[in-house]
Design a protein around this ligand. Structure first.
Ligand code: GDP
Length: 543
């Protein structure tokens, strides 16, 4: 039984919308929606479970035990995921903590699916950057950090695995500041070096939060707080060093500042050991006390949709086959304004057609809960979302359309063909669906024809997902022929013929109406520019 994970929703579902209409602002103010960005293995799944555990959403961490010694967590579920031991697909976890409703949006761990992560980041109000204490800022963390920075998402940094030998804490702060340009403002400071983790100084109160290990981290670790004198008596020099370093940080301007955190200029830092459940409580408090609640979202035309305007939301994630016994399709929406009530008939902005929301669910891992209502910041999974595409806007009464979700620049390309020409109908349907879900980008041209479009991806594993789903879900096995292009540039119709005439260059039309010129390498781009000095070639950056 998990009262906290769903209690809030059940409670609201029982009351009428009239009562809650004037409560939308208050409800939104209680919401914290965030995602964790990290490099694989930094401890994201462990942290996710620890957060949920602290919020009493699940009773024991890691209760799904997997093969090959790797602990499978509730956020790992797709067949392929389990086979590979990585997290491909995203879901969200909702729980309440201190009168606040926390939405943790799960992100895929593997770099090949960073486009998915990117879309998830369009649906959060804050992010937690999880860093392995021994490894510092790793490649995937930096890539996702860049996305957060670009979008101005406030970032909380958690240095994880402090129970193990790692880098020097001050050196880590230097690395964060040098490589991200953010000012790290530690809220806690470790007592004892990495590997000899005794606890942290709470820099706001000067108190000592002592690390009292629990067996295997499966249960909430008891937390002990001592005042400075007691800490000094207990830890001696180690305590003195920690306090001195903390004072040094204060003197160098590394104290927390809410305004610069919200502006994406500084990042509060916590030291943690997710596997031992240390620092998790502190992170929840930081989310409640410092992280922003939903703010009005900008529409395509630049106007802001007020939080208490009628319901609006956008699709940031599509997921098929989450439950193999259902073979269904979930469209995850992030509520931006107003009250969502299950059963309401919203308008799909792209088509102007009505969209019924009879089947609304919350999904995390294999678990699903029917939800009756939701507020700005919340995530709702809509079953039977076949009419929906990633980036679509739904609204009630007062029209609004949110900007399309930007795409990453593809770096891998493959021609896709149906193995069985007789199954062309299934083939076309499947490809269209994968495109709508954003599983892969689909590029077409007259030259290649409808039977052999080009799939474009950020990471090659996206192709594997597409291939797998075409065979198992759409009953149209496909063959993929990799192309030697490695980069794409945006161009315009007037340059299509000239570029196509170049060697090693091909222009194709993407589903979003963008014309992409594909090149074997950047020297080809340079040579096209030389041959056509005024040619339009722009990097399709994620905006
Ligand atoms: P993810 O790939 O980021 O989701 O990482 P996982 O949560 O799967 O963790 C990767 C490995 O690091 C697992 O073996 C975890 O048990 C381990 N791990 C996670 N957090 C900690 C920690 O705080 N301390 C130590 N020593 N190990 C950790």
């Amino acid at each position: 039984d998990r009262p906290d994970s769903r209690g809030v929703l059940v409670q609201h579902g029982a009351t009428s919308s009239a009562i809650h209409d004037d409560g939308v602002l208050a409800q939104a103010a209680r919401r914290r929606s965030f995602a964790v960005i990290s490099h694989p293995d930094a401890g994201k799944s462990t942290l996710t479970e620890a957060l949920a555990l602290h919020a009493h959403a699940i009773t024991e961490a890691g209760h799904i035990n997997g093969k090959s010694g790797r602990r499978h967590t509730v956020s790992d579920w797709m067949e392929m995921e389990q086979a590979r031991g990585i997290s491909i697909t995203s879901a969200s976890l909702q729980f309440s903590y201190r009168d606040t409703v926390i939405n943790l949006l799960d992100t895929p761990g593997h770099a090949d699916f960073s486009e998915d992560t990117y879309r998830v980041l369009s649906a959060v109000d804050a992010a937690v950057m999880l860093v392995d204490a021994a490894k510092g800022l790793e490649a995937q963390t930096m890539k996702l950090f860049a996305v957060c920075k670009h979008r101005g998402i406030p970032l909380i940094t958690v240095v994880n695995k402090w129970d193990r030998p790692g880098l020097d804490a001050l050196a880590l702060m230097d690395e964060i500041s040098e490589r991200t340009g953010l000012t790290p403002t530690p809220l806690t400071w470790p007592v004892g070096v990495a590997g000899d983790f005794r606890g942290v100084v709470d820099r706001a109160t000067g108190e000592y939060v002592r690390f009292t290990p629990s067996a295997g981290g499966a249960h909430i670790a008891p937390q002990e707080t001592l005042d400075a004198d007691a800490a000094a008596a207990l830890e001696g020099d180690v305590w003195t060093t920690a306090v001195e370093e903390s004072d040094l940080l204060g003197a160098s301007g590394a104290d927390h500042d809410l305004e610069s955190f919200l502006a994406g200029v500084s990042t509060p830092v916590l030291f943690a050991s997710a596997v031992r459940n240390f620092g998790v409580h502190a992170l929840l408090d930081v989310l409640v006390d410092l992280a922003p609640s939903p703010s009005p979202r900008a529409a395509v035309d630049g106007t802001l949709r007020a939080i208490d305007d009628p319901f609006s939301a956008f699709v940031f994630k599509m997921q098929a086959g989450m439950d193999t016994s259902h073979r269904d399709r979930l469209a995850f929406i992030r509520v931006c304004s107003g009250l969502f009530e299950r059963g309401m008939v919203a308008t799909l902005a792209r088509t102007g057609r009505p969209f019924a929301t009879k089947y609304a669910q919350q999904a995390f891992g294999r678990e699903r809960t029917v939800i009756d209502s939701a507020y700005p910041g919340d995530v709702v999974g809509l079953v039977n979302g076949s009419d929906l595409r990633v980036g679509d806007t739904l609204f009630l009464d007062k029209p609004v359309e949110y900007p399309p979700l930007p795409t990453f620049a593809p770096e891998h390309f493959a021609v896709v063909r149906a193995k069985d020409a007789g199954k062309y109908k299934q083939f076309r349907k499947g490809i269209a669906q994968l495109e709508a879900e954003g599983v892969v980008q689909v590029l077409r041209s007259d030259l290649r024809g409808d039977q052999a479009p080009v799939l474009a991806a950020v990471g090659p594993m996206q192709f594997e997902v597409a291939e797998h789903r075409m065979a198992t879900e759409f009953n149209s096995p496909v063959s993929l022929e990799r192309l030697s292009y490695t980069l794409a540039m945006k161009t315009t119709r007037e340059w299509t013929a000239a570029l196509n005439a170049e060697r090693g260059v091909e222009v194709l039309l993407r589903g979003d109406g963008e014309l992409l010129a594909l090149f074997a390498d950047r020297w080809r781009v340079a040579s096209s520019r030389r041959n056509h000095p005024t040619v339009v070639l722009e990097p399709p950056v994620a905006a």
